[in-house]
Write a protein that binds this ligand. Structure first.
Ligand SMILES: NC(=O)c1ccc[n+]([C@@H]2O[C@H](COP(=O)([O-])OP(=O)(O)OC[C@H]3O[C@@H](n4cnc5c(N)ncnc54)[C@H](OP(=O)(O)O)[C@@H]3O)[C@@H](O)[C@H]2O)c1
Length: 242
């Protein structure tokens, strides 16, 4: 049987690149997303046309607790078990410290931390022994920045979560790792004004943003290399050295 993987936020950006990398390598995929049906259907059709993978879509918002049962029930109804679970979808909230609202703060924590933890808890018995869980952290969880307090704190929590989960998942023989991307050229980054992008490029030793497919290869390696466990793979083009 082909290997099966869930990618949250799998229809755009990094998630889409992971879907293409894994789909072309023969994995079957369940991709979640939240709002843009057109983009989701379009990328799904494109992936189907260039691979033999079974790719499915499920609208499941990571800021809605009900999505946990929805994803679980989809897997049960379709008799799907998993070889890997990739937590990719994430959110940010950019209000200043003075203007932060508790509701938005909570929403970022729900989407970036609480949802993945409790989705993992719900799906744990559907992940095969030898399987793998991958979280998406961020360079911003390592080098604090001034744009979004909730984002930086939740992403550093993601990194801590990966380390802490190792012992909880080892009885299931499931590995857990994280990827901490620097600046990846997705819609998220493309929205930034040219002068900000220029300033970011100047802080990266490689002088450029990462291409989504470059990040995607790291997720595939973490699924396939059975000796990685509890690692956070930082891919920042040498941001730390400039
Ligand atoms: N891009 C970067 O430079 C960068 C750097 C470090 C870390 N990251 C992390 O990488 C992850 C992906 O970022 P990206 O840049 O690839 O984002 P993106 O291009 O904006 O893609 C976001 C994907 O997630 C889905 N999504 C958004 N909100 C969702 C929600 N509430 N529930 C379920 N799915 C949702 C989107 O579906 P719809 O379009 O239907 O909403 C889409 O498929 C995030 O965790 C982000 O923090 C990104």
């Amino acid at each position: 049987m082909k290997k099966r993987v869930i990618i949250t936020g799998g229809t755009k950006g990094i998630g889409k690149a992971i879907a293409f990398t894994l789909g072309e390598a023969g994995y079957d995929l369940l991709l979640t997303y939240t709002s843009d049906d057109e983009a989701a259907i379009e990328m799904c059709n494109a992936l189907r046309s260039q691979s033999t993978c079974d790719v499915r879509l499920l609208k499941a918002d990571i800021t809605n607790w009900a999505s946990i049962n929805q994803v679980h029930d989809y897997l049960i109804d379709n008799e799907w078990t998993l070889d890997a679970l990739i937590f990719n979808a994430g959110l940010t909230y950019r209000d200043s410290f003075e203007e932060m609202h508790p509701e938005e703060w909570e929403k970022v924590f729900l989407g970036n931390i609480h949802f993945p933890v409790f989705l993992l808890q719900r799906l744990i018995n559907l992940i095969h022994r030898g399987g793998s869980v991958i979280f998406t952290g961020s360079l911003m969880g390592i080098h604090p920045h001034s744009v979004s307090l909730a984002y930086g704190v939740t992403k550093s929590t993601v990194h801590a979560l990966v380390k802490n989960l190792v012992k909880f998942l080892s009885p299931y023989e499931i590995r857990v790792n994280g990827v901490a991307p620097g600046f990846v050229d997705t819609e998220w980054q493309k929205k930034k004004p040219a002068e900000i992008r220029y300033s970011i490029e100047n802080k990266i030793a490689l002088q450029r943003f990462c291409r989504p497919e470059e990040i995607a290869g790291i997720y595939k390696m973490l699924i396939e290399n059975n000796y990685f466990n509890g690692e956070i793979i930082v891919a920042d083009g040498g941001y730390s050295y400039k």
